[in-house]
Design a protein around this ligand. Structure first.
Ligand code: RP5
Length: 159
């Protein structure tokens, strides 16, 4: 298992699932777990240890509101942590964005955009691709597919 995806609540699952789907498309072995920095703090610690033992090379941590989960995971491991702020009912996601991005010096969380779980998956794949040529070429194909789509959309635009 290469990527451990954690989320703070089952309510995050619909958007978090997109990260797992994309990682699967890249052929990257991942797992998804629900654990909260606040409601299940001891269990969060145990799960981080367990994921490290299972060989996780990147964590993706998704949380909304007072979103401490990514920072807590980053405090528990030196494995890179990508944080995804989840859009909640308040402040258009600014609460979770600022909670995740504003980590104190020395404990970074690589923060992507609000609800940007697909970008978290791509970034995780890019980190893993440093040691994996096959994965690098899959990422290049993913890019050229996007490029072709923009060109195609441009060709088909009508007034
Ligand atoms: C966070 O609080 C979760 O990540 C979720 O985004 C938010 C709301 O959780 P629920 O009240 O829906 O369980 O911990």
């Amino acid at each position: 298992m290469k990527v451990a995806i954690f989320m703070g609540s089952k309510s995050d699952l619909p958007v978090v699932r997109k990260a797992a789907d994309l990682l699967k498309e890249f052929g990257i072995d991942c797992t998804m777990r629900i654990t909260s920095a606040h409601r299940t703090h001891s269990r969060t610690m145990e799960l981080v240890r367990s994921m490290e033992q299972q060989g996780a090379e990147v964590f993706i941590a998704c949380a909304g509101g007072a979103a401490h989960l990514p920072g807590v995971i980053a405090a528990l491991t030196t494995v890179p942590v990508i944080g995804v702020p989840i859009l909640g009912n308040a402040f258009n996601g600014m609460d979770s964005l600022l909670s995740i991005v504003q980590m104190p010096k020395g404990i970074p969380v690589a923060t992507v955009g609000v609800d940007a779980t697909e970008n978290a998956a791509v970034l995780a794949a890019q980190i893993l691709s440093l040691q994996d040529k096959e994965l690098r070429s899959k990422l290049e194909k993913y890019r050229s597919k996007m490029e072709n789509k923009v060109i195609e959309d441009d060709k088909n635009i009508t007034l």
